[in-house]
Design a protein. Structure first.
Length: 67
C-alpha cells in the first residue's frame, strides 16, 4: 500500500462518500486524521483499518432493531 499522505478528497473518493461525510467522521467518529496547517491528512491504511473495525457504521447500523 502507498505510504503517502492523502487529502479529504482522496479519502472521500477512496470510500465513495461525500467530503462532508469525511469531515463529520473526523469530528464525531474519530476517523484517524492529522491536521497539517488548515488541511487534514490521512494514511489510507489507517482509514481502511478504521472502516474494517466498524468506525464507518451509519446511524441506522448503530440503532439495529427495536426491542
Amino acid at each position: 500500500m502507498s505510504d503517502r499522505w492523502v487529502s479529504v478528497t482522496d479519502v472521500a473518493d477512496h470510500l465513495g462518500v461525500a467530503r462532508d461525510t469525511v469531515y463529520r467522521w473526523i469530528e464525531s467518529k474519530e476517523l484517524p486524521a492529522f491536521r497539517v496547517g488548515r488541511h487534514w491528512k490521512f494514511k489510507l491504511e489507517d482509514v481502511d483499518r478504521w472502516v474494517r473495525d466498524g468506525g464507518a457504521r451509519g446511524e441506522r447500523d448503530d440503532q439495529g432493531s427495536e426491542e
